[in-house]
Design a protein around this ligand. Structure first.
Ligand SMILES: Nc1ncnc2c1ncn2[C@@H]1O[C@H](COP(=O)(O)OP(=O)(O)OP(=O)(O)O)[C@@H](O)[C@H]1O
Length: 263
């Protein structure tokens, strides 16, 4: 097991001009397996890029395909057509073993339900992806992540001894500890109160600004989207709009327009 980090050191920034994530002509059709099935087009020919060291939020009406997009980008689900590149590596042609390794080493995922292992301490949960890969933590980076989540004094506690917001900050640290090409977050604040949400979103924001990380987050909340550099709006499985330097009010106005169109 990796040892706990020291305090007081600074994180390390990755630099590259390749987008963190790029997808071309991505489609996902559910229920196309056998004749007579009802088919649902969850993704409809989506081409999208996520630059490094940026925080992007994805918003859209319920059922518009946001989670499907995140799962296909992260290699948790297979698109029906199209290609996904993680840091320049095309993922559809990878063997199952290589895809598993890529997901473990180069992609972080934060779920609404935290998904921490209950028998491990906070620290053991955070370094689990490194342990599975047989890697040691970059001490300076691990210190910056631990200081960033503000839970150095709780690292020996099990998830059941932590609040929901604290557990989600541990989950964010676990997603970041490998210095992945990208962290995907699917409704990371959906189960949290507003104070805990602000703690989690503030940490994700600082992970981009101070640690050079890349975050792509699905959210229903305009206040959460306002932490991002850019918001992509989704409807009917397609990207239908974009807002840079969002504020909660501008996001809300766009969402109202979208919901009028969709209803
Ligand atoms: N396994 C599945 N089988 C069949 N249809 C599915 C499956 N998963 C998702 N869908 C459908 O695909 C569409 C997109 O779903 P998705 O969960 O990606 O939307 P979403 O925008 O994330 O929705 P929400 O905001 O409600 O979470 C929906 O019509 C949904 O019913």
């Amino acid at each position: 097991m990796c040892r706990e980090p020291r305090s007081g050191t600074v994180g390390i920034v990755q630099k590259s001009t390749t987008p963190a994530v790029h997808a071309t002509s991505l489609s996902k059709v559910y229920g196309a397996g056998s004749p007579g099935d009802v088919t649902v087009v969850a993704l409809d020919n989506v081409t999208v890029s996520f630059p490094r060291e940026r925080f992007t939020a994805i918003m859209g009406p319920s059922g518009s395909g946001k989670s499907t997009l995140l799962h296909c980008l992260a290699g948790l689900d297979k698109p029906t057509n199209g290609q996904v590149f993680i840091g320049g590596t095309e993922t559809s042609s990878l063997s199952d073993g290589r895809l598993t390794a890529l997901r473990r080493d180069r992609v972080g995922f934060v779920f609404q339900a935290f998904n921490l292992l209950p028998t491990l301490t906070a620290w053991e949960n955070i370094v689990l992806p490194l342990d599975l890969a047989g890697r040691r933590p970059d001490q300076a980076f691990a210190d910056a992540v631990i200081d960033g989540i503000g839970l150095r004094h709780r690292l020996g506690h099990k998830p059941s001894q932590l609040s929901g917001g604290q557990q989600q900050r541990v989950a964010c640290a676990r997603a970041l500890i490998t210095k992945p090409d990208v962290v995907f977050a699917d409704e990371p604040t959906g189960a949290l109160d507003s104070k805990s949400s602000a703690d989690v979103l503030g940490f994700l924001r600082r992970s981009v600004d101070e640690l050079g990380q890349t975050v792509v987050m699905v959210t229903h909340e305009p206040t959460a989207a306002a932490y991002a550099d850019r918001v992509l709006f989704f409807a009917d499985g397609r990207v239908v709009g974009e807002l840079t330097d969002p504020t909660a009010d501008r996001v809300l106005d766009r969402m109202k327009d979208l919901e009028k169109v969709v209803v």
